[in-house]
Design a protein around this ligand. Structure first.
Ligand code: SF4
Length: 464
C-alpha cells in the first residue's frame, strides 16, 4: 500500500471509530475489503459480492445516521463505500453515485434545465410552448404509415396496463391509499392469481404490463417478483416493475429474470417534505430511494421511469429537480432510456390535506418542458387524468398511456364491463378517472393518426 493510500485508510478508520454506532463491526468489514482488494485478479467472487451487498447496506445506514449534517469526511466515506462495493462486484470503474448533489438547485448538472426554466412562467405563451413540444415529439416519435398509398406519418403510442399484485405495505406514506395505518382489506396475489389477471390483460391486447406492488418485505420479496417475472416472460410479455426501491443485487436478479424497465418516482425531491410524508418504513430513507435509479442502471436494466407526485411540494421545484436528476443519470449512463411521468395527486386519505393544487395549464407546461429537455424520452400519462386532458396531451407529447386500468390487486375481471371495473373495485391505490375501455382509447388513437403499439419491441433490452 502506498503511503498516501495508507494515510487515507487510517483516516477512514479513525473516523469510523469515532462516529459509527457499529464501529467494531464496520472496522472489521473495512479490513475484509482491503484484504480482498489487495488481490484484484481473484475478483469477483461469491465472498466479494456478499461483501459488496453489506457495504451497500452500511452506506445507506450511514446516510440515515448523518441526516442533513454530512461533513466532508462523511461524504468521503459514502463515496469510498460505493467505490469499494463497485470494485468488489468486479464491474467497470465508475464515478461515485452523486445524485444527492445533482438534484440540488445549486447544481449545474443540466444547463438545458436552466434554459427551459422560463417556460414554467405563465407569462410565457402556452401555444408556442405546446407547438414546440408537438414538433419535437413528431421528430422523435413519428413513423411511416404501413399503407404504401399514404404519405402520412403516424405517431406511435404504447398502451400498457398496471398489474397490481399486492396492496400490503409497511410504509406510512401519508398520501397513499395503501399506507400501513389504514384499515383496508389487503390483497396479495399468488402466482396463479397473477397469471389469471395477466391473461385477462393479454386478452385485451396488453403485452407490456407493469407489475405494481406495495412494500411488504415478507410477501413482496425478491424471489416473489423474480418468480412472477419469469412466469410472465414465458407468456411472451414485456415487463416493467413499479415496486419498492431495491438493492443492486435484487435489481440484478430481476433483470436476469427478464424485467426490462423500472418505474420509480421520487414523489418529491424536497428532502424535508419527503421526511414529513414518509415517517416510517423503508421508504423513509430519502437517499435509498433517490439512488435507486443508479442501482437499476448499474444492475443493467435499460429503462427507467422517473416521476414526482405533483401536489406534495412545490411542483415547479420538484420538476426542475427531476430534470436535474435525469440529466445526471444520462451523463452516467448515456444508453439509458428515460421516461417521465407527472401524476397529480387529486384525492388523499383522510388526515392529509394536499398542499398544492396543479391546474391543467401547469401540468401541460411541465410535460412540454420534459419533452424539450429530453426530446427522445418517453412521456407517460396514467388514467388518473380525465379523458379530455389525456386526449389533448397525447397530441402534444405523450408517448405511453395506460388504459382500462384497475389500481387494486385482482381488480381485472373477465366477466364485468371493463369500463365499470375500476369504479366498483375496493381497495384501490388511487381512483381511476379515465374509465374508457381500452378498445375505445385505442380506436380514438387510430382515428387521430397514431399507430397503437403494445410493446417497445425490445424486451429485456439491457445496458452493457
Ligand atoms: S406509496 Fe407505495 S410505499 Fe407508500 S404506502 Fe403506498 S404502496 Fe406503500
Amino acid at each position: 500500500m502506498s503511503h498516501s493510500a495508507y494515510a487515507e485508510s487510517q483516516s477512514i478508520n479513525n473516523w469510523i471509530a469515532a462516529t459509527d454506532d457499529h464501529a467494531d463491526h464496520h472496522l472489521k468489514l473495512a479490513e475484509q475489503v482491503r484484504l480482498l482488494l489487495s488481490n484484484p485478479t481473484a475478483l469477483p467472487s461469491d465472498e466479494s459480492r456478499q461483501l459488496a451487498s453489506k457495504l451497500e447496506r452500511w452506506r445507506y445506514q450511514r446516510f440515515n445516521e448523518c441526516g442533513h449534517s454530512r461533513n466532508r469526511m462523511d461524504e468521503s466515506i459514502l463515496d469510498q463505500l460505493d467505490q469499494w462495493a463497485n470494485q468488489l462486484r468486479g464491474t467497470k470503474p465508475r464515478s461515485p453515485r452523486h445524485a444527492r448533489h445533482a438534484v440540488k438547485a445549486s447544481s449545474a448538472a443540466n444547463n438545458t434545465n436552466t434554459l427551459l426554466s422560463e417556460w414554467f412562467d405563465r407569462e410565457c405563451d402556452l401555444e408556442s410552448l405546446t407547438a414546440m413540444a408537438t414538433q419535437v415529439t413528431s421528430e422523435h416519435f413519428s413513423i411511416k404509415s404501413a399503407d404504401l398509398h399514404s404519405d402520412l406519418d403516424l405517431r406511435r403510442m404504447l398502451l400498457y396496463a398496471p398489474l397490481y399484485v399486492s396492496s400490503h405495505c409497511v410504509n406510512h406514506c401519508r398520501y397513499c391509499g395503501f399506507q400501513f395505518p389504514l384499515k383496508i382489506d389487503r390483497i396479495h396475489l399468488n402466482r396463479d392469481e397473477v397469471l389469471q389477471q395477466s391473461r385477462i390483460l393479454r386478452e385485451r391486447g396488453f403485452r407490456h404490463q407493469l407489475i405494481v406492488a406495495g412494500d411488504f418485505p415478507r410477501l413482496t420479496s425478491t424471489p416473489y417478483f423474480c418468480d412472477l417475472i419469469s412466469m410472465l416472460r414465458q407468456e411472451n410479455l414485456e415487463l416493467s416493475i413499479e415496486i419498492a426501491a431495491q438493492s443492486t443485487d435484487s435489481y440484478t436478479a430481476m433483470r436476469e429474470a427478464g424485467v426490462s424497465g423500472v418505474t420509480l418516482y421520487q414523489e418529491t425531491y424536497d428532502e424535508s417534505v419527503y421526511e414529513q410524508l414518509h415517517l416510517k418504513g423503508p421508504k423513509a430513507s430519502y437517499h435509498w430511494r433517490l439512488e435507486a435509479p443508479d442501482r437499476v442502471a448499474e444492475a443493467g436494466i435499460g429503462r427507467i421511469g422517473l416521476g414526482v407526485l405533483l401536489g406534495l411540494a412545490d411542483p415547479v421545484q420538484d420538476v426542475r429537480a427531476m430534470l436535474r436528476h435525469a440529466g445526471y443519470l444520462k451523463d452516467r449512463f448515456p444508453d439509458l432510456k428515460l421516461a417521465f411521468s407527472l401524476p397529480r395527486i387529486r384525492h388523499a386519505p383522510e388526515g392529509y390535506e394536499i398542499p398544492f393544487d396543479i391546474d391543467d395549464e401547469l401540468l401541460i407546461r411541465m410535460y412540454c418542458i420534459c419533452r424539450l429537455a429530453f426530446p427522445d424520452s418517453e412521456l407517460v400519462l396514467s388514467t388518473r387524468e380525465p379523458a379530455t386532458l389525456r386526449d389533448q396531451l397525447k397530441r402534444i407529447c405523450i408517448t405511453q398511456m395506460s388504459a382500462g386500468s384497475s389500481t387494486s390487486p385482482g381488480g381485472y375481471s373477465d366477466t364485468t364491463d371493463v369500463g365499470a371495473e375500476a369504479e366498483h373495485s375496493q381497495g384501490e391505490q388511487f381512483p381511476v378517472v379515465d374509465q374508457r375501455p381500452v378498445e375505445t382509447i385505442a380506436a380514438g388513437l387510430r382515428d387521430d393518426g397514431f399507430e397503437v403499439r403494445w410493446t417497445f419491441g425490445q424486451p429485456g433490452a439491457a445496458l452493457s
